[in-house]
Design a protein around this ligand. Structure first.
Ligand code: JHZ
Length: 411
């Protein structure tokens, strides 16, 4: 693979070096209706590249955002207790540290169903959610979290500023990976931010993705894979500074929280993260080429494990109709011959089929009704939460398989 024709979404340079191709896959959240014409299901190339200039990792294909987040987007953040707990802690801390009150404004970009902002609302703090997914925005408004169903960028930020709004806190969690107009979003944040306001960004960390073989978190919604250096380059371009970094190693496979403001200072943690990225080679293409080899091994080993179990006559289901789950079953070629059905707690997904591989999606109670011998944990990021809920299935002799970092049967 050679350098690409497209521009880096962060710095605009054309020196993008592709290092991993996951073939052509369907959109990871495009669950399929059982009566759909499967021949019409769209697939798009999934190739990942590294920008030699600013170190930003990104995919090359760009599918329309409306297609991914407006039509048929069924991801509701409120289905994980761990995420709810993490979000509440974040909100309570911001309220205390920033002394937020009735005169403050907290804006969240990609606020989904209001899972995070509701904590500020309960404390009497004015909020504004922004999320283009219509069902999620409606749910948020119904629960008292004022939400605008639009994409965020300079256009919306300018309208809000003209309307007299400036944000004391802007939160952007699990969205900076999803935005094709990365600079437009950061420019909008800078525009809307109060002079002494702060920005809190969370996103899975590209270093955890690579080090733990989490290749299934690469899908078309995730255009960008962030590091401290890529976030710092982006922030500086818009007059903001990376002040502090916090690490949540278990959240979504390894998440960082980046705190930005207009003040140019850096905590010891932020400095240490930036230095360790250079020391570990994260800013070089070799790091990612090694990862591409690791991905091949995981794909092969997982198939071998599942084929071996099927050859012994064992039955296999999967847990979690997650976007990463759709990526995994498609990239590893896990059809219904290997994995019979998928269970998920999100009721909006029930009755649909997995993209590409077409396993039916059922409620988690199907594990007790059908008792598959093994369950492939597609939502491996919620391993502890899900295993704790499935004690009865496990007590009956069922076993979980985790696919990454190395496919293994949990003991
Ligand atoms: P989950 C999401 O990706 C969405 P996905 C998004 N693309 C993103 O950026 C990343 O996270 C970071 C279900 N579940 O959250 C709910 C149970 O059934 O890992 C979900 O359908 N029982 C914006 O889609 C799925 O599993 C449970 O007990 O890969 C998990 O999906 C729990 C906890 C979850 O992410």
């Amino acid at each position: 693979m050679t350098t690409s024709e497209i521009e880096c979404r962060n710095c605009g340079d054309r020196r993008l070096i592709p290092f991993l191709s996951l073939g052509k896959t369907p959109l990871a959240d495009a669950l399929v209706a059982p009566d759909a014409d499967f021949d019409l299901e769209e697939r798009f190339p999934l190739d990942v590249a590294f920008c030699e200039s600013c170190t930003q990792v990104q995919i090359l294909e760009e599918v329309s955002a409306e297609k991914m987040f407006v039509d048929n987007y069924l991801y509701f953040s409120s289905f994980s207790d761990d995420v709810a707990r993490h979000s509440r802690e974040n909100a309570l801390r911001l309220i205390g540290e920033r002394r937020l009150g009735a005169d403050s404004l907290v804006v969240e970009i990609a606020s989904n169903d209001g899972y995070l902002l509701k904590n500020f609302v309960e404390a009497g703090i004015p909020v504004l959610g922004v999320d283009p997914a219509p069902d999620q925005a409606r749910t948020a408004n119904e629960r008292g979290v004022t939400t605008i169903a639009r994409f965020f960028g300079t256009e919306l930020a300018a309208e809000l500023v003209a309307d007299g709004k400036r944000a004391d806190v802007i939160i952007a969690n699990n969205v900076m990976a999803h935005v094709p107009g990365l600079n437009d979003v950061m420019a909008g944040i800078a525009m809307l931010l109060h002079d002494d306001g702060i920005v809190s960004i969370e996103n899975p960390y590209v270093r955890d993705l690579v080090d733990h073989g989490e290749f299934d978190t690469i899908y078309h919604e995730h255009l960008l894979y962030h590091s401290c250096s890529s976030i710092q380059a982006l922030a500086n371009r818009h007059g903001l500074f990376l002040n502090h970094v916090e690490n949540f190693p278990k959240l979504h496979g390894g998440t960082l929280r980046w705190m930005l403001s207009r003040e140019d200072w850096k905590s010891a943690a932020a400095t240490a993260f930036l230095e360790s990225e250079v020391a570990s080679g994260l800013s070089t293409i070799g790091y990612y080429r090694d990862f591409a080899e690791k991905v091949e091994t995981i794909r092969r080993d997982l198939r071998t494990l599942l084929e071996g179990l099927r050859a012994e006559g064992r039955t296999i289901a999967a847990y979690g109709a997650a976007a990463k789950g759709a990526t995994l079953v498609n990239c590893c070629g896990l059809g219904t011959d290997l994995v019979e059905f998928v269970v998920d707690r999100n009721v909006h997904k029930h009755g649909k089929l997995m993209p590409g591989t077409h396993q039916p999606i059922l409620g988690p109670e199907a594990l007790l009704e059908r008792r598959p011998d093994y369950v492939l944990l597609l939502a491996w990021n919620f391993k502890d939460e899900i295993v704790a809920q499935q004690r009865e299935y496990l007590a009956g002799g069922g076993r979980f398989i985790v696919p990454v970092p190395t496919p293994e049967v949990l003991s």
